[in-house]
Write a protein that binds this ligand. Structure first.
Ligand code: F6R
Length: 248
């Protein structure tokens, strides 16, 4: 089902599975239309199913990652690439090692960078050099964050060093054996970086995202709800399941 609304196109699907399939189809269409697309990827629980679908599509010969360039939204500060909780590891396990993307085309902020400042600047430059992101995939935090752009951060932010919100630390500590092991800092693409993507898909599933999605697409555009900035983007598709969409 599609609904009008502001600039944001909202697609409501039955459940997580359908959300994943729909998102994988959009990514595939993008790649097939432009085989050297620059894709922006997210981690977390939300896009796992989409990556599974993409791997299936790849194995069936429906999509080819040979010329794709990938840029991830974020990485924890202080985690080695080999750490199973790092987003490097997540991307290798959930997508990259299963498809034919070239290693040199994989870009994820370096959480162990000696100089965070240089790392952030270089990350922005790499995105610029390839002509910007064609399609950015986003999840949303319960607090409305996109990437690790926490509430109240200015919309002008580019790739930067982030101190994670208490709510994010609590939510993401589920992936760590204890909350003490959960990093409290990260490197994230900024809101401005994300807003420069030519097309964006925002995925959300389950009732714990209901409030954040409602505020993001129906509420006022405010840094208190970072995802609400997407209302100002001309080409956004929000794909949500029925549980998430209950308030829309
Ligand atoms: C991850 C990211 C985050 C997540 C968000 C939702 O790269 O940028 O913004 O998308 O925290 O996480 P999940 O999907 O685990 O609920």
């Amino acid at each position: 089902m599609m609904q009008g609304g502001k600039m944001v196109e909202i697609v409501i699907v039955k459940d997580y599975n359908e959300m994943s399939k729909k998102a994988a189809k959009i990514v595939t269409t993008q790649i097939n239309g432009k085989p050297n697309s620059v894709l922006g990827f997210a981690t977390g629980d939300t896009p796992r199913g989409m990556y599974e679908e993409l791997i299936k599509l790849y194995n069936n010969g429906n999509v080819d990652f040979a010329d794709i360039k990938a840029f991830n939204l974020d990485e924890y500060y202080g985690l080695e690439k080999e750490n199973p909780q790092s987003y490097h590891y997540y991307m290798m396990e959930n997508l990259f090692r299963h498809v034919n993307i070239k290693n040199e085309n994989i870009h994820i902020p370096e959480g162990m960078a000696e100089s965070i400042e240089i790392e952030c600047e270089e990350y922005e430059n790499k995105i610029k050099k390839v002509g910007g992101i064609d399609l950015q995939v986003l999840g949303i935090g319960r607090n409305g964050h996109i990437g690790f752009n926490e509430p109240d951060l200015k919309f002008e932010a580019r790739t930067h060093f982030v101190k994670l919100d208490d709510d994010t630390i609590k939510a993401n500590s589920r992936f760590f054996s204890s909350i003490q092991e959960m990093p409290t800092k990260a490197i994230s693409m900024g809101i401005k970086t994300i807003m420069q993507a030519k097309k964006i898909i925002l995925l959300a599933s389950g009732k714990e995202k209901r409030d954040a999605i409602f505020k993001a697409v129906r509420g006022e555009t405010t840094p208190e709800v970072p995802a609400s900035v997407l209302q100002r983007h001309p080409n956004v598709i929000v794909i949500v399941d029925e549980e998430t969409a209950a308030l829309l």
